[in-house]
Design a protein around this ligand. Structure first.
Ligand SMILES: [Zn+2]
Length: 147
């Protein structure tokens, strides 16, 4: 408790406070973004590893140099689930899927909740209020919910 009180009287930004809005350093936006119809990211010039973050200093796979890249915001579901507790502005239930972007990185996308898409389903997505949200959702109506 003493630590929490001390952090409230310092000017240093921490994970409990907004950075720039509290007068501290800017906090990087960690969510991938779709800008002008392309998923903003980067690609390693050495090993071709794809990233959904454009503002990283080097390739996380081989430490090689990276260059900005844009990816078509569509891909194949790698895994999906239904979340049954509210998280932030998302009320339960909501669906999440890891999507392997075509020739690009793997990103987390909000999808239909119940039933969630299956691995191997095709989805395209866009940016809505900072979150990636699926546009077209495979229809699995008629399946047993709550598997
Ligand atoms: Zn690399």
């Amino acid at each position: 408790m003493a630590d929490a009180a001390r952090s409230q009287v310092t000017d240093r930004p921490n994970k409990r406070r907004a950075g720039a809005s509290a007068g501290g350093l800017a906090v990087a936006e960690s969510r991938p973004q779709v800008v002008d119809g392309l998923l903003r990211g980067a690609r390693c010039t050495a090993c071709r590893h794809a990233l959904s973050q454009a503002d990283v200093p080097w390739c996380p796979a081989c430490f090689g140099p990276i260059e900005p890249a844009g990816f078509t915001p569509a891909g194949t579901v790698w895994a999906a689930t239904t979340v049954r507790i509210p998280v932030g502005r998302w009320s339960a239930p909501f669906g999440l899927a890891y999507v392997d972007v075509d020739d690009g990185p793997r990103v987390l996308v909000h999808v239909a909740a119940d039933p969630a898409p299956h691995a191997g389903d095709r989805v395209s997505f866009h940016d809505r209020d900072g979150d990636l949200v699926a546009l077209d959702v495979p229809n699995h109506d008629g399946e047993q919910a709550g598997r």
